[in-house]
Design a protein around this ligand. Sequence first.
Ligand code: CTP
Length: 135
Amino acid sequence: MNRPNKVVVTFGTFDVFHIGHLNILKRAAAYGDQLYVGVSSDRLNMEKKGRAPIYAEPERLAIVQHMKPVTDVFVEDSLDLKAQYLRDHNADVLVMGNDWEGKFDHLKDICEVVYLPRTEGISTTETIYKIKKYE
Ligand code: CTP
């Protein structure tokens, strides 16, 4: 029997990997059979967040790649190439955290677009802040 192979794609920096990251990968994977994750390049992170990530690009890629829900990773080097990345992976579903609510609705002609609620009480920025204050 031919099993439908539904492809899910999601994106993020995944710096200082935390439980919110794991949760979104697990929930994204539940939308299909394969999950591809576009991990922001160091360059794109500088552009998006105005700072270099704590963990360098190859390390962030390796960490995400080896998470159980993830089929494979690729480097996301431009926010403007989302449509291209989705086509390259034959995406059926784009999953984004709801910090991006509505921002990718124009991609609905390529695939389904789903925004998932963020895990409350944790972010990379807050974690870095906490570590800095720790004595
Ligand atoms: N995410 C989530 N819940 C959180 C934090 C992140 O669901 N508490 C999701 C984001 O919505 C995104 C993915 O994880 O889809 C990657 O987010 P990223 O920006 O790398 O992590 P943040 O912790 O939000 O990083 P920062 O504080 O630097 O913005």
